[in-house]
Design a protein around this ligand. Sequence first.
Ligand code: GLY
Length: 332
Amino acid sequence: MRMTRRSILGLAISGFIAKAATQSTKNETQKNSMSNSDSDSGIRVLSTWPFGISANDRAMKILMQNGSALDAVEEGVRVTEADPSVTSVGYNGSLDRDGRLTLDACIMDHRGMCGSVACLEHIKHPISVARAIMEHTPHVMLVGSGALQFAEDKGFMRENIVTEDALRRWNEWKQSKAVPPPTPENHDTIGMLALDSKGNLSGACTTSGLSYKLPGRVGDSPLIGPGLYVDNEIGAATATGVGEAIIRVVGSFLIVELMRSGMEPEAACKEAVKRIVKKHPESYSSLQIGFIAIRKDGKIGAYGMRKKEFSYSLTDEQYPQGTVVSAPSWLD
Ligand code: GLY
């Protein structure tokens, strides 16, 4: 049964949960079909990679209680930021060349307001610092020591978020200084997009960035435009993968603008990948890139670069316990 936004508003949460219990879709991998699903104005959350499932769970609980998309994406990605099994985001994230953990994050809401942090150390939840910048300053972005000072002034706790495991990985890397393969473990971001019961969109994006990066390197993830963009009249998009390539085409903004001009979400994501291919004729096959997008009417799309590598997590009324969808990709 497909439900409209209006019908879900009147739905008793207990009934919804009962329906959820009958679904056996958890962690089921779909094949490329979701991007072609009919548009639907129900509540919905999608995020990059299979590790997005548990983040989606948290976000969906908020959406089911008629919470805002903004609260949903912030709370959702906080799950991943705190999860030590995800070694490319937040706590236990990958270190830079000098053994420091510097985090990047941004958030954007349905009003077009946004906040961002880059190179933030010692704070477990950069996404919440980004939201605080959006809500409590006239600025969009704070970086480095200024971001840390702001976070501490706002009551965020300074913690040791560099784990023994992260130091072990970094020490192993130092022995070989090998370029890390483009796997999700080595640089991947959680980007999350949500549509709430009022029909509003928001997005969030958070990462520790490229493993063993040069100190001070900033990727796409904290950048409004490349890493995340939300236009509540049109749709939203977010990115994962090699930040430099995504920045060069301003990927997420490009996708929203292509949707504005009438392109379907999947086609818009594919076009952004195509622009990266054009800009990197020698090296595109080694770049991992993934985009996800949602249109204002709920229709979603995704596209990756490397063969059968990029997948995303989707949670909505059809998949209340979440499903992992394998995105089509340029090199398929
Ligand atoms: N997309 C994450 C990064 O390049 O830092």
